[in-house]
Design a protein around this ligand. Structure first.
Ligand code: SAM
Ligand code: SF4
Ligand code: F3S
Length: 459
């Protein structure tokens, strides 16, 4: 940890511990696993400064809203929820509300926070996560608002070794890189997360060992495009093999892979490493070559299909999941049909379907499109229906199979446990809660569109 951070932690801690009652923090996280991972650092720093965790925002003296900018809907929801926090601030005028994360890297969003959310005390962009103690000390000292923004900073270096509070004791996120260089024409991530940087393999492996020693049973290696990881000779497949060598009973997952960079070495590593799950999340975004070109994705639909074929040659049962966007500007019914055809042809286990959302500053946001919203909504619903039928069939085909699952909590109805197969499928099992956090064998006895039902096997 950098000496100046230590200094600010100490100064804030003095203020926090001199309070008449214990002060509490709450980190409200939106967006992807990268943000979940950053929130672990925000929690770690808050606890180092003497704050205790709060169960809810209403009980907190420090609220950090870790934001996501990927779609307009996400931004609106966050502004709505921050708007509702004005009531908490009225009841507790000493409350400090900070906004952090991807939205805070957008200048127009910071301006909006400055003007329209006067009870938000400060902002930290994605390059200034580690400066939370500094901003808090400044705010607590004179109660003036602060808006931190660091354009050119090595945030990987700045956050290396910072304390983390992981709230899930079974599954752990492990960031291996930051940023993205791909500039897909619709995507805000390269603008708000900056250029790609890989973490040194030695740091990744040290943290992986710590995670396993702490009792976690699953590690997910994180990056916007893990296939361009540069922290070790041999790239990401070599890193997978090194993590796989760590002794212990645990699973390895990773996300996200980019079709232009995922190749034979990756598929070979998945099939040869016994701890690496037989699962691959490989977003395709569109089945139309014209749209893929406009999206700047760097592959054709046919190249995507051939990659999947190759991956399945190494791991025939590989569970493939994906992301797709409908309603990209200029998408015709013919383009949409090509997407639907690709979905039918591949047979994804599940698919995240998004409606295109124009993001200020991206290339695609400048493309004029007069396709009515109703047409796009209709394509979205058709694609969801096609995939639901495929998912249902895919899950039904597992009935009768024996699976090793990791019990990770209670089912939604709380009357059973939820668990995951090696390839990532959700299995609901009537099982003793003492099994949460351990592996077990189950027989698949039923299925729905999104999950499986299993019975424990005597071992
Ligand atoms: N890096 C990953 C990749 O390349 O697939 C995922 C990045 S993004 C956080 C997750 C998904 O959000 C993308 O795969 C894409 O389908 C979707 N997405 C990104 N920008 C979008 C936009 N402007 N409108 C709708 N969906 C978007
Ligand atoms: Fe966005 Fe494309 Fe980078 Fe993924 S690879 S984060 S979709 S720019
Ligand atoms: Fe959102 Fe930022 Fe992730 S924009 S999807 S939280 S990288």
């Amino acid at each position: 940890m950098m000496p100046e951070i230590k200094q600010y932690i100490r100064l804030v801690k003095e203020i926090v511990l001199s309070s008449e009652r214990p002060l509490r923090y709450y980190v409200d996280t939106y967006g992807c696993q990268q943000n979940e991972s950053d929130s672990e650092i925000l929690r770690g720093l808050a606890e180092e400064m003497g704050y205790l965790p709060a169960d809810d925002t209403v009980d907190a003296d420090l609220i950090v809203v870790n934001t996501c900018a990927v779609r307009e809907h996400a931004e609106q929801r966050i502004f709505g929820n921050v708007g509702a926090m004005s009531h908490i601030k009225k009841k507790n005028p000493d409350l400090v509300i900070l906004m952090a994360g991807c939205m805070m890297s957008e200048p127009h969003v910071r301006d909006r926070v400055k003007k329209s959310f006067p009870y938000v005390s400060g902002t930290l962009d994605t390059n200034s996560t580690d400066r939370m103690p500094e901003i808090l000390y400044a705010i607590l000292s004179d109660r003036k608002r602060r808006f931190y923004f660091d354009e050119d900073r090595n945030i990987l270096e700045a956050t290396e070794g910072l304390p983390r509070v992981r709230t899930n004791g079974i599954k752990a996120w492990l960031p291996i890189m930051k940023g993205c260089n791909n500039f897909c024409s619709y995507c805000i991530v390269p603008y708000v997360r900056g250029r790609e940087q890989s973490r040194a393999a030695s740091d990744v492996l040290r943290e992986a060992r710590e995670i396993i020693d702490a009792g976690h049973k699953e590690i997910t290696l994180l990056g916007q495009n893990v296939n361009s990881y540069q922290g070790i000779e041999g790239g990401f497949p070599a890193l997978l093999r090194e993590v796989n060598k760590i002794p212990g009973d645990f699973r390895i997952r990773f996300m996200t892979s980019h079709p232009k960079d995922a190749g034979e070495e990756l598929f070979r590593a998945i099939s040869e490493c016994e701890k690496v799950s037989a699962a691959l999340h490989l977003p395709f975004q569109s089945g139309s070559d014209r749209i893929l070109r406009e999206m700047n994705r760097g592959y054709t639909a046919d190249q995507y299909k051939r990659k999947i074929e190759l991956a399945r040659r190494y791991t025939p049962d590989l569970a493939i999941t994906s992301d797709v966007i409908v309603g990209f500007p200029g998408e015709t019914e013919e383009d949409y049909q090509m997407t639907e055809d690709l979905v039918r042809e591949i047979g994804f286990v599940s698919l995240f379907t998004f409606i295109f959302s124009p993001r200020e500053g991206t290339k695609a946001a400048r493309i004029h499109d007069d396709t009515p919203e109703s047409v796009i909504k209709d394509r979205f619903l058709r694609l969801v229906a096609v995939q639901d039928a495929i998912s249902k069939e895919s899950h039904a085909s597992r009935i009768g199979m024996l699976e090793t699952v990791l019990y990770d909590g209670f089912s939604r109805d709380k009357d059973a446990l939820s668990s995951r197969t090696d390839d990532g499928r959700l299995v609901i099992v009537k099982q003793d809660p003492s099994c949460i956090g351990s592996f077990g064998k189950v027989k698949i006895t039923g299925s729905t569109t999104w999950s499986l039902i299993g019975e424990p096997m005597d071992e």
